[in-house]
Design a protein around this ligand. Sequence first.
Ligand code: WTA
Length: 562
Amino acid sequence: MSQRISEVINPIEDTYNLSNYEEIRHVYDWHQAGEDLRFRDTGKVNIAYETIDRHVEDGYGDKVALHYVDGETRTSMTFREVKEKTDHYSRILRSNGVKKGDRVFIFLPKTPECYISMLAAIKIGAIAGPLFEAFMEDAVRDRINDCRGTLLITNRDMVSRVPQNDIPSLETILYAEDIEAAPVEHGGEQVEWMDLEDGMLIHYTSGSTGKPKGVLHAHRVMTHQYESGKWVLDIRDDDVYWCTSHPGWVTGSVYGLFAPWLNRATIVIQGGRFKAENWYQLIADLKVTVWYSAPTAFRMLLSQGDVLKDYDLSSLRHILSVGEPLNPEVIYWAWERLGVRIHDTWWMTETGAHLIVNLPGEKIKPGSMGRPFPGIEVGILDEAGNELPRGSVGQLAVKTPWPGLMKEIWGNRDKFDSYFKYEGWYVSGDLAYQDDEDYVFFQSRDDDMINSAGERIGPFEVESKLIEHPAVQEAGVVGKPDPVRGELVKAFIVLREGYEQSDSLLEDIRIFVRNNLAAHSAPREIEVMEELPKTTISGKILRRELKRMEIEKQKEAELKKV
Ligand code: WTA
């Protein structure tokens, strides 16, 4: 093992240009960030323009911007084609009355139309709200209602999950098929010039209390996304870059769309579900060079053992991981089987872009998320907001501000302020420690948020849905540790009088959540209890106690195996 470890952690000189990285570690100034971005010269701001149009103006119109793969479907589009399509979508949005600042929701599978719809909305000054494709009706409704979205772009396959009522603000539903079929007009400037502080993207994300919150990002996030794409994704002009996340999650929008395209990368958009054979085939066929995915996916690939030996994966130069703790074992596997290191990255929906990273070529410490991105300062704080010495576990916090930091939580000033309870710091809600060489080691969340397969699931949203089921009186939802998915959604419930526990009833409850909220939020396990543990004073359900009980039970089961 020690031989393996030393090979993995040491900088790889011949793949990466280390002197560049030494330079940015020492010379970094956020005021100069985004050197290639046009707004620096013109003062005109729009991230959609910088993401696509700029490259066409710079003579890269014929470069392939995207490859789309879904089963037998394979298409490609150049930057010029993406620009023209985006303009077409923008014109149609304008003709439907969309104005600067309006919230335009996008509810589409991972297809080029999803990416183009987001850019089209942003280009005309609207705020794009991408929704995860697996959401069901209630999840879609809650999000649009929260920020009073006025227009939704979806497709006819998803119609049954599109809420047709109870959203007073929603004036228009457009179908991508109709936009595609509409005659293309030409001419007319589509770009609405914005201010760096104007909103452009809203992502709904979960915490431990309340319904999902709308995290609003402003156009200024572009410099951070551009720089992290350049330095962390290590994008070069001949790269084929594949991020496996759907744009409804922040990784899928920021590192699936903005950061790579701000750096003029050819991206891969892949539809369909996870299947090891298909993933490897895609890498081999398209000669993917830079690959960004999540520990759950890597663990699933690892568990499929030798499937990978049938594919030529030699194109891979650089791999990154995000969203949940990356096990050292996965790093060793990739090093041994693919000859490439996996670089962990840490950030959050609220932070707009990477904050803690392993820069390509630099020393990796398996088990650590890496070091602060240049220009970012991290602190480990105690309960009073004082910095703890190296090696102590405490609240992972980041010195404010930085360009990617969210602008607001939609309509919820108190929630926004709660991230900044210590003067000068953003508090992440994660617990971690930092070693003497600045490497940060994730320990756990500091709240009840569930992280299943890298997806952030709020227990409150699931509990609220559970108690809408006629048989459920009370519910407490926690993350149960799981070797593949990190955590599983587990629900503890108390049944209403007159209901008897049975497998079919529990299945019915599970399906109720799945059909109304989303498959990934539905509890994989439901346990019926006589009563739930509660605080004596306020009577709040003690999720931590439920989780502690669950972990105890798991430990006992492990011991019985020995
Ligand atoms: C967790 C995803 C361990 C963390 C980009 C954070 C991680 C939350 C890592 C944000 C990592 C993210 N190692 N945990 N490398 N990266 N997390 O908003 O708990 O969906 O607070 O953003 O994911 O999740 P979000």
